[in-house]
Design a protein around this ligand. Structure first.
Ligand code: ADP
Length: 814
């Protein structure tokens, strides 16, 4: 991150992304601009005011002076005309009109000469008749002058008859005008007393005027509304090129490109006006000088103000700029930036608050990134272990499993991996080796071939197996490793394989160490950490369990195969034995019958009796052998069961027919009847149902003393309680109940086991193999049914055969 101090040329970027000047520059520039504007405005206003007041005071002065001069001229002209009027009253002068062709009398001339001025020598006082004739022989300088006077004579008669001053006219390059007064006698106009007055003032004459108006002001006399401009000296000058009004009373006259302020006052009693003008440059010289000084002062002020503003803005803005930079870095995820402590003002407090916030955020960010890192690691670890578990669960062979594990470790947690197992004879056998780089695998195998271990011998692997503790060597020093090599070939191989970090974990299952997993890093540059060790330990633990399970599975498989083989051998043996027994027994019974029938000669009564016993015993023996054969067949899975519909009463009748002689012989009463409806149907093999019932009835008769009773009941309904076939809803049941010896509760389940006879003594007396109930239950189960027993010792027993009814089958199938 860079601050404004580090990169002064930096432009800040606004929210819209538009680049703008940094505030550190903007602020002094703004202050400078405002200062300049204010100073320039006040300068302009001051100049305007000063200039105006200079013009006003100059104007007032010009007005005052022009009025004074006008009044001075008026006084002079009035004085002159008064003197002329006095001369006009002179009778000598009046008499001169009586003889206009002659010279006026001496007295008249004297009267006229009395008002002559030294400057009048060129323009004598003349007398004119009312018709415009010059009296006397006086010759005027130029005829044009006479004509000019005559032209004004009519003007005078028309306007006034007391006195007259004509407009200024050019007279020999000088301006002049005629002044005249009328001459009356007895109320009648005789003519005029007139004199031409020229402005030919000498410097001496002009001096009083010059003293009055001062230098730098020009004075003009002119006719009102005329273009003839005359200086006080009488010189005619060109009129101004341009005339503009200035205020109510003044004008600005432009002559030869220069502006002059002018004031004009009419001279009363005359047709001309007095104009005083002063060059505008002279009037404005002082305001301009003043404004120049002020402007210099303003520039100095702007420079000083700008400097002050720059320094102040640096002081104010620098911390802000630093803070802004820090906040921008903060926004970009860089939390380590801090601002320097302020002066305790608002910016300083803001900076401190920012620092505190940045510290907290940095701390939180650090924690969260650590948490994320840990989470990622933990997820990766969990994923690794989950993959390992999946792999381990797929392999049932311990050898394949270890190969898979070794391959699984490379390259995720090792550059190469080898797995050793401890054999019962104390050798430590290497069962698998894998390398990340297939080209180095051969060298690695060759290298490991140089190291053979024994459980009680030296080496890292036997040590780990013995101690059941992991071993970690984060960094392996190659030179040291090479120095321990026993021979040159091992050294060369070590040079190729070049282990850099090593980790060995034991394979422990059910407290017993079965081997170890060795993980090694080489040129990938990774090193093992305690975290890696924990992961490897967990992998080893799972692997050991899987290896143990695989071993158990292998052993149990072998045992099962062994047991199956033994069972098959037993069944084979029983089947063969039964067959072998049956052949001689059948021959024996057959020959006994032949003898009994007397085919081989007559037999005595005693012999016949004995022959009958031989036959009965033989038949009994056949029954026993058949039972053994049936059992053997069932055990070997060779018994075929038919699935057909049968009725309970048929099965009961058939079984009773076989048993009845036995019952009659023993004096046991037989009774049979249905419980709920005669026709109770079942699904099963009728022949096997009959066999089961015969066995149950035979037992009942057998274990019921003489005088007792055996009852058979069959019914259709639902089976009460729970049991192996409790999920079948409808049943056909046939119960065989006796009043015999009964069975104790402890023996109730055992009676169905093969070759079990509960009461050995009594049973011996009754004969039997202990297979009848075992076969019956198997057959019932093969038909989808069951046999249950209820009994009270000394009171009797009830065996019930349960078979599915066709409804159940339909329901089940449905
Ligand atoms: P056995 O061939 O000995 O009859 P079983 O398997 O049929 O073999 O019977 C096993 C044993 O169950 C019999 O030895 C007997 O002790 C007992 N047993 C069977 N049925 C009854 C019964 N109805 N009353 C009393 N005990 C019986």
């Amino acid at each position: 991150m860079t601050t404004a101090a580090e990169s002064p040329e930096r432009r800040t970027t606004s929210v819209e992304g538009r680049a703008s000047l940094p505030i550190e520059r903007k602020l002094p520039l703004l202050i400078l601009a405002i200062l300049t504007l204010v100073l320039a405005t006040s300068l302009a206003i001051s100049y305007y005011e000063v200039r105006r007041s200079a013009q006003v005071s100059a104007g007032e002065r010009l007005t005052r002076l022009s009025r004074s001069l006008a009044s001075l001229m008026e006084q002079q002209i009035t004085g002159r005309l008064t003197a002329m009027r006095r001369v006009a009253l002179d009778t000598n002068v009046q008499n001169a009109f009586a003889t206009p062709d002659r010279e006026p009398s001496v007295a008249a001339k004297r009267a006229m000469l009395s008002i002559m001025m030294p400057s009048d020598s060129l323009t004598p006082i003349t007398l004119w008749t009312a018709s415009g004739r010059l009296i006397g022989t006086l010759r005027l300088e130029q005829a044009a002058d006479v004509e000019r006077f005559r032209a004004t004579l009519a003007e005078q008669i028309a306007t006034s008859d007391s006195q007259h001053v004509t407009k200024l006219t050019s007279m020999n390059g000088h301006a002049g005008s005629w002044q005249s007064v009328p001459v009356h006698k007895d109320g009648q106009l005789l003519g005029f007393l007139a004199q031409e007055r020229r402005f030919t003032a000498s410097p001496r004459t002009l001096q009083p005027f010059r003293d009055l108006i001062g230098n730098g002001i020009d004075f003009y006399i002119r006719n009102a509304g005329d273009s003839l401009w005359t200086q006080l000296s009488g010189l005619i000058v060109p009129p101004p090129a341009r005339t503009a009004e200035f205020g109510d009373t003044l004008e600005v006259l432009t002559t030869a490109g220069r502006d002059n302020l002018a004031s004009t006052t009419p001279v009363r009693g005359t047709p001309f006006v007095v104009t005083l003008e002063q060059p505008m440059d002279d009037i404005l010289a002082r305001p301009r000088a003043m404004i120049r000084v002020l402007a210099v002062l303003a520039v100095v002020l702007v420079v000083v103000g700008g400097l002050v503003a720059w320094v102040m803005s640096r002081q104010i803005v620098r911390p802000l700029t630093e803070l802004t930079g820090a906040v921008e870095s903060f926004a970009h995820g860089e939390y380590s930036k801090r601002v320097h402590g302020g002066d305790g003002d608002e910016i300083g407090r803001l900076g401190s608050a920012f620092n505190r916030m940045a510290e907290q955020v940095e701390d939180a960010s650090l924690k969260s990134s650590r948490a994320v890192e840990q989470l990622t690691k933990s997820v990766a670890t969990q994923q690794f272990l989950a993959d390992a578990s999946r792999l381990l669960s797929m392999s049932l062979s311990d050898q394949n499993l270890l190969t898979d594990v070794a391959r699984f470790c490379v390259p995720t947690i090792a550059d190469y991996c080898s797995i050793h197992l401890a054999d019962d004879d104390g050798t430590v056998r290497r069962v698998e080796t894998t390398h990340r780089d297939p080209e180095k695998l051969e060298a690695l195998r060759a290298l490991l071939g140089h190291y053979s271990y024994r459980l009680d011998g030296p080496g890292e692997v036997p040590g780990v197996i013995r101690s059941q503790l992991p071993l970690i060597v984060p960094r392996i020093d190659h030179t040291t490793t090479l120095s321990t090599a026993p021979d040159e070939e091992t050294r060369a191989l070590l040079h190729i394989v070049r282990p850099t970090s090593y980790l060995c974990v034991p394979l422990v299952a059910r407290g017993r160490s079965v081997g170890a997993i060795s993980l090694t890093m080489t040129d990938s540059g990774r090193t093992y950490t305690p975290e890696d060790m924990n992961l490897a330990m967990e992998l080893a633990r799972r692997t050991a369990v899987a290896v143990d399970n695989a071993l158990i599975y292998r052993r149990s498989l072998a045992l099962r195969l062994e047991a199956e083989a033994a069972s098959n051998a037993k069944s084979d043996f029983l089947a063969k034995m039964s067959h072998e027994f049956r052949t001689p027994i059948n021959a024996m019974v057959g020959y006994a019958e032949l003898l009994e029938m007397g085919i081989s000669g007559p037999v005595t009564l005693a012999q016949a009796k004995q022959l009958a016993r031989i036959r009965v015993s033989g038949e009994h023996l056949t029954g026993l052998v058949n039972e053994i054969l049936d059992f053997a067949k069932i055990e070997a899975g060779g018994m075929r069961i038919e699935a057909a519909n049968g009725t309970a009463s048929d099965a009961v009748d058939a079984a009773l027919a076989l048993i009845r002689p036995q019952a009659v012989n023993k004096g046991v009463e037989l009774d049979s009847k249905p419980v709920n409806g005669d026709r109770v149907e079942y699904v099963g093999d009728p022949q096997r149902v009959r066999q089961v019932l015969t066995n149950l009835l035979s037992n009942a008769v057998k274990f019921t003393p003489s005088g007792g009773k055996v009852s058979v009941r069959w019914s259709f309904g639902e089976r009460p309680g729970t049991g192996p076939v409790a999920n079948v809803p409808h049943w056909a049941s046939i119960a065989v109940e006796d009043t015999g010896v009964g069975i104790s509760p402890t023996d109730m389940d055992r009676v169905f086991d093969p070759f079990v006879q509960v009461d050995e003594g009594y049973t011996r007396a009754q004969g039997g193999t202990g297979l009848g109930l075992a076969i019956s239950r198997k057959l019932a189960e093969m038909m989808g049914g069951a046999i249950t027993v209820e009994s009270t010792l000394g009171q009797g027993s009830r065996f019930t055969l349960w078979l599915p009814s066709p409804d159940s089958c339909t329901t089940t199938v449905a």
